[in-house]
Design a protein around this ligand. Structure first.
Ligand SMILES: Cc1ncc(COP(=O)(O)O)c(C=O)c1O
Length: 340
């Protein structure tokens, strides 16, 4: 779907290509860790049976200190957007942009109009609760936000709560921030739904594993429209495995490495005089470079795929998103040729 000037269905995977270093997709591991692959392989002999997500629900609830009734496993965060768009009973939807475009695409596919709340680059894409229309009964915000990498304070998010409104906080990248600060996942808050994804940290985009945390009546409404068995047995196995203490400790360590690599990338970009948006906290950065489309093409010729920014509502052709990786000196050297 192309909406106005924005191709809401464009994603970083369309930008990668043979022989290119992938800085366009934000999945951090090139493949799932060995212990997770073993768990997945071990469940294959049980695939004759229909999936049972009971263990996944228990494990996710324990991981976040929630009740089982607060948890709905989904086929990735993406399925959660569709369930919320169709079953939340909303009539006036606000989407805080720039952000991942699938929530808006899901709302439009459900036949609902979308009010875009555009945050401003000039103040580092700061979220101002007053900018969200009072009558919005379903509000989508990302934390940390893709593509801006900005982490909104939990207190600011709470100020978006209002009677008769469901606030949806997409925390798909929060496990990539050490200590998971500003999360709303750990408490049952009236009118708040939190979305999580296992895709990014564990390198399992192809498996489709995510979940919603919300009040039991919201979970029940979403479950009522979820296709039967949409979460497969391997996805449920991954949910259990990735919710355990060992996985959480490993995720925290990966997040620390990502934070260190983020600091190195941002420092390198600033040395080149490149404008970095906001205060990046997620494992990607948004940069503004005049003539970014041309720079992006040149980087491709030099062997690096970065993500265009102009498909995100609120951004234009001067923006690029760059994924954090551990070794980016070659990329920064290539970029130096094209900026300044
Ligand atoms: C902010 C954000 N939320 C959700 C998703 C989708 O996650 P999943 O793979 O769990 O559907 C993405 C994928 O890029 C994303 O960037």
């Amino acid at each position: 779907m192309v909406d106005g000037d924005y191709d809401l269905l464009h994603h970083g995977d369309r930008e990668v290509g043979e022989g290119l270093v992938d800085l366009a997709v934000n999945v951090r591991l090139p493949e799932p860790p060995e212990w997770l692959r073993q768990e997945l392989a071990a469940c294959l002999s049980g695939l004759a049976a229909y999936p049972d997500v009971g263990c996944a629900i228990e494990a996710i609830a324990a991981r976040h200190g929630r009740e089982a009734a607060d948890v709905l496993p989904t086929a990735g965060a993406a399925e959660a957007f569709t369930l919320l768009a169709t079953a939340a009973g909303a009539r006036r939807v606000a989407v805080v942009h720039p952000q991942f475009t699938e929530p808006e695409a899901a709302v439009r596919a459900a036949g609902l109009p979308v009010h875009r709340v555009l945050l401003d680059a000039a103040d580092g894409f700061t979220l101002k609760p007053d900018a969200v229309p009072a009558e919005a009964d379903l509000v989508f915000v990302g934390n940390p936000t893709n593509p801006t990498s900005v982490l909104h304070p939990a207190e600011t998010l709470r100020r978006l709560c209002a009677p008769g409104r469901l606030l949806v906080v997409d925390e798909a990248f929060l496990d990539a921030v050490p200590g998971e600060p500003e999360s709303l996942a750990a408490h049952r808050l009236p009118g708040v739904a939190v979305i999580r994804s296992l895709t990014k940290t564990w390198g399992i985009a192809g498996l489709r594993a995510g979940y919603v945390l919300a009040e039991p009546d919201v979970i029940a409404r979403l479950r009522a429209v979820q296709p039967p068995w949409s979460v497969s047995t391997p996805a449920a196995v991954a949910m259990v495995a990735c919710s355990g203490a060992r996985a959480l400790a490993e995720a925290e360590e990966l997040a620390r490495v990502a934070e260190r690599d983020l600091g190195t990338l941002v420092a390198g970009l600033r040395r080149l005089g490149v404008e970095v948006a906001g205060t990046p906290r997620a494992p990607f950065v948004l940069v503004r470079i005049p003539g970014a489309a041309r720079v992006r093409e040149s980087l491709r010729e030099a062997g690096y795929a970065v993500r265009r920014g102009d498909t995100f509502p609120g951004l234009d052709g001067d923006w690029l998103r760059i994924a954090v990786r551990s070794e980016l000196s070659g990329f920064l050297a290539a970029l130096r040729e094209h900026v300044g």
